[in-house]
Design a protein around this ligand. Structure first.
Ligand code: KG4
Ligand code: ZN
Length: 346
């Protein structure tokens, strides 16, 4: 069974191949030119996907020693994401499947991240507690099986990656903000400012817009404007922000670890690259005596390996149970750019 995965939901074009259960290629082309604009420009993103998706597919097939005719299943991200960007990969993948007379499976991007731990040698064991942290999402979930995902909480406003990006921009550190904040905050005093951690009505929800506002207020109150911040204070503010953002995530994870019986703890998504957050997860896993699975960096940010993996699981579901689940009921209505999902509320 040879599966192609295509991911174009934001600013990474990625094509992957899973051949007989083994990942044989996972090519990721990042659109670095957005740096000049301080954030992703959707139209430019779509155009860049369009230029690179076919060459990437050819290269992925070559790396996998496969011919296009050897492909049995085509999968692509259906949503959520930038609409124009999604349409490029989705339409290309669907047309490819149609022309090859092969099956096509649309994949929810967040579900891709949720199961990305299975791309590792040491895999999660169900049920597992999963924190999804990216530029667009912040979700705490209990994953009971491949087809049963319970949402405990999510962000009420900004995603945590978005908060990193906005604070980085505010401090003049550039885009994407996560890696910049991490770099400048390293070995700095994170007690310089005691930024608040939001308390939400649902104890598993998150909120990051207040934290961002606190950073703005702190700057206004103490320096007047950003330009007046002494250079040696920037790393201290960044470190204090990073500490508060990580605390906001781990406090909910700790609560869930106390309240639910789970076998594994998993941290996924672009922000899972953050060293402080990873270190805190190592501590929590050890404290609660749980197995820990954090994907390697290649599988934390947006990648097509996770889409191919999830697409294959959805294909297996169709074969075993038919298309009765809501996820597949609207197949004809695809592209559903919000992305159908197996995630349900508690
Ligand atoms: O999963 P991802 O590649 O794309 C989305 O689906 O959003 O995540 C991108 C996000 C960006 O907000 C970026 O700033 C953040 O992940 N990020 C980090 C780090 N590396 C990437 N945030 C904190 N620390 C990092 N080291
Ligand atoms: Zn993502």
């Amino acid at each position: 069974m040879n599966v192609i995965g295509i991911e174009t939901s934001c600013d990474e074009t990625s094509v992957a191949v899973i051949s007989n259960g083994k990942l044989t290629s996972n090519l990721i082309s990042s659109q670095h030119f957005h740096v000049d604009y301080g954030g992703v420009v959707p139209e430019l993103s779509s155009r860049a996907h369009l230029q690179i998706v076919v060459p990437l597919l050819k290269k992925a097939l070559h790396e996998s020693k496969l011919d296009i005719q050897d492909i049995d299943l085509v999968t692509a991200t259906a949503g959520p994401g930038l609409i124009g960007a999604l349409l490029v990969g989705f339409t290309f993948a669907k047309s490819l499947a149609y022309s090859l007379k092969k099956n096509f499976i649309p994949v929810n991007h967040v579900e891709g991240h949720i199961f990305s731990g299975f791309l590792m040698e040491d895999k999660p064991v169900f049920p597992y507690l999963c924190l999804v942290v990216s530029g667009g999402h912040t979700l705490l979930l209990i994953v009971n099986s491949d087809y049963d995902i319970i949402k405990l909480g999510s962000t009420l406003d900004d995603a945590v990656g978005e908060a990193f990006d906005k604070v980085s921009k505010l401090l003049g550190l550039g885009y994407p903000g996560g890696p910049q904040i991490q770099r400048i905050a390293e070995n700095q005093n994170s007690d310089f400012v005691d930024f608040p951690v939001a308390q939400c009505k649902n104890e598993y929800d998150f909120s990051f817009s207040g934290l961002k506002t606190s950073v703005i207020r702190f700057i206004q109150k103490n320096y007047g404007k950003v330009e007046n911040i002494p250079a040696d204070h920037i790393p201290l503010i960044a470190a204090s922000f990073q500490k508060a953002a990580v605390k906001a995530l781990t406090k909910n994870v700790e609560k869930a670890l106390n309240n639910f019986e789970i076998k594994t703890l998993s941290l996924v998504g672009g922000v899972a690259a953050n060293k402080l957050l990873r270190d805190e997860f190592v501590k929590l896993a050890s404290q609660f005596n749980k197995k820990l699975v954090i994907p390697s960096l290649e599988f934390c940010g947006d990648n097509a390996a996770m889409i191919a993996y999830r697409g294959l699981k959805l294909f297996e579901y169709l074969q075993n149970f038919g298309n009765k689940h809501d996820y597949f009921m609207n197949q004809n209505a695809y592209p559903n750019l919000n992305g159908n999902t197996f995630i349900r509320s508690l």
